[in-house]
Design a protein around this ligand. Structure first.
Ligand SMILES: O=P(O)(O)OC[C@H]1O[C@H](OP(=O)(O)OP(=O)(O)O)[C@H](O)[C@@H]1O
Ligand SMILES: NC(=O)CC[C@H](N)C(=O)O
Ligand code: SF4
Ligand SMILES: [Mg+2]
Length: 471
């Protein structure tokens, strides 16, 4: 079994409705761009003459698809794709999206980013109505619920809205329907990003705007929290906020700006790059220190390091050479392998660091594996002092909305004080950005935020990763 110790990414969703018969190829490129959000499995489904054809498997996007599959087996004008990081249901082929659900008069393919906190109740209820399930993923529950309500309402839009009203938690959805409709839905809090773009041939919907850029679509806007959008023949035919927010808790995941999203994306009005630079500036104001150089931890600490350097006037210098062929370190299943992975991934650049007092900036400390190893390796390469600065507040609580960490016991900030963590990782000082500093850095964002992993959750959540496997 895979042991998960890090914040898992998200999933990525991408969909397109185009006048040309190349929806699968465009979706493939979209998923390649969004690979950073999920590396366990990938899938694409296309609508073809009232049928849904699909291909999905475990692995990276480039491993799952061949040119032959894309060009000959997945021909169509509408496609929807998914890359997965599991949050509900284990890492198996059956749990890879998109999910295909048949109903009396048609079929849908559903790609989901997020986590449905009442998936267990909904699944039990649907089973009692005779609905069958082939996986233990909450995303299949979403697809089945939508199909069930489309059948009952005898209308796609009404069915989607009805089903959306029953879903709790986080859901950014793209659905391809056999009636040649592409549908985008974002939950009323807007936990996960979702945006739309257009070109002369059609409309694309993506988790992040970087995928619109790389596939040749001009960004139009983000899908609003609670909104349902229908696209037919490459044109938007319906757009309205119809799913209601029940209370004032929750909001867009602030970790999207800290770590998850690619920094060339713009989410809900705020550039991820700009947010990260602002976080670094705030850190320099909150935790100044006398030092010779500022260094970022590749990859996701690099932009905050730029901000720290600008604000403090301390030169920015690379401290590590990164092996670009190694993925994000949490994909390694045992502690031994994780330790090895950090060394393999980041090798200190001795010439830059010998005798230097270093401000080392990273985006987060989860278990503490990365920080401990890199502080040690900088010191053994000759660094005089290492002052660690973190562009997120202490990560103390697990997340229920589309990221995954197995237990609070694995979160170092849940077990130790900041002084103890500083000692544990061997740094000369340690400073985390404040919640206020973080929110100020992200103030251009149009939405309010979820900060649950730093501040705790107000609502009780009723689903665990294994729950649906036992029903
Ligand atoms: O405290 P830890 O348990 O070590 O986890 C924290 C580290 O994990 C993430 O990096 P990761 O290597 O996953 O990806 P990145 O290269 O995109 O920064 C994050 O950016 C931190 O560097
Ligand atoms: N990270 C995600 O968005 C995961 C989607 C879904 N909950 C799954 O486990 O497949
Ligand atoms: S708990 Fe943290 S990681 Fe989860 S949605 Fe909220 S801010 Fe994001
Ligand atoms: Mg990192």
């Amino acid at each position: 079994m895979e042991i998960s110790d890090k914040i898992h990414e998200e999933c990525a969703v991408f969909g397109v409705s185009t006048l040309k018969e190349e929806a699968a190829g465009i979706t493939y490129n979209g998923l390649l761009t969004l690979q950073h959000r999920g590396q366990e499995g990938a899938g694409i489904a296309v609508v073809s003459k009232g049928k849904i054809l699909y291909h999905k498997n475990l692995g990276l996007v480039s491993e799952v698809f061949s040119g032959n599959v894309l060009q000959n087996r997945l021909k169509g004008h509408i496609a929807v794709g998914h890359t997965r990081y599991s949050t509900t249901g284990s890492n198996t082929k059956e749990n890879v999206g998109p999910f295909i659900t048949e109903y009396l008069t048609g079929r849908i393919a559903t790609a989901h980013n997020g986590n449905i906190t009442n998936a267990l109740e909904l699944r039990t209820q649907l089973k009692s109505y005779g609905v069958d399930f082939n996986s233990s993923s909450d995303s299949e529950v979403v697809s089945a619920l939508i199909a069930y309500h489309i059948t009952r309402e005898q209308d796609t839009l009404k069915g989607v809205i009805k089903a959306g009203g029953y879903l709790k938690g986080a859901f950014s959805l793209i659905i391809a329907g056999s009636e040649n409709k592409l549908i985008a839905v974002r939950d009323p809090k807007g936990y996960r990003p979702l945006c739309i773009g257009k070109n002369s041939d059609g409309i694309a919907v993506a988790s992040e705007s970087c995928a619109l850029d790389t596939c040749g679509f001009d960004y139009i806007r983000d899908v609003r929290p609670g909104e349902v959008i229908i696209i037919e023949n490459g044109k938007i035919t319906y757009e309205e906020v119809v799913l209601k927010n029940e209370d004032e808790t929750g909001g867009l995941c602030i970790f999207e700006y800290i770590y998850f999203a690619r920094h060339d994306s713009v989410i809900d009005g705020l550039s991820v790059y700009e947010a990260r630079v602002n976080m670094g500036k705030a850190l320099a104001r909150e935790y100044p220190v006398e030092a010779d150089i500022v260094c970022g931890v590749p990859d996701s600490g690099l932009e905050a390091a730029i901000g720290y350097s600008i604000e403090s006037n301390i030169p920015l210098v690379p401290a590590f050479v990164k092996n670009r062929y190694i993925g994000r370190s949490f994909i390694y299943p045992t502690q031994d392998m994780r330790d090895y992975a950090v060394r393999l991934k980041l090798n200190p650049l001795k010439a830059n660091i010998e005798g230097k007092r270093i401000v080392l900036v990273d985006d987060s400390i989860v278990r503490g594996t990365t920080s401990e190893k890199i502080v040690r390796s900088l010191k053994s390469a000759g660094a005089k002092e290492v002052h660690m600065r973190i562009s997120s507040p202490p990560f103390r609580y697990t997340c229920h909305y589309g990221t995954d960490i197995d237990s609070p016991d694995n979160l170092i900030a849940n077990k130790m004080s900041i002084d103890e963590i500083c000692k544990q990782i061997g740094a000369d000082s340690l400073g985390y950005i404040s919640i206020e500093g973080l929110k100020e850095a992200c103030k251009k964002c149009r939405l309010s935020f979820c900060t649950g992993c730093f501040t705790g959750h107000k609502c009780k959540v009723s689903v665990t990763k294994q729950d649906l496997e036992e029903v």
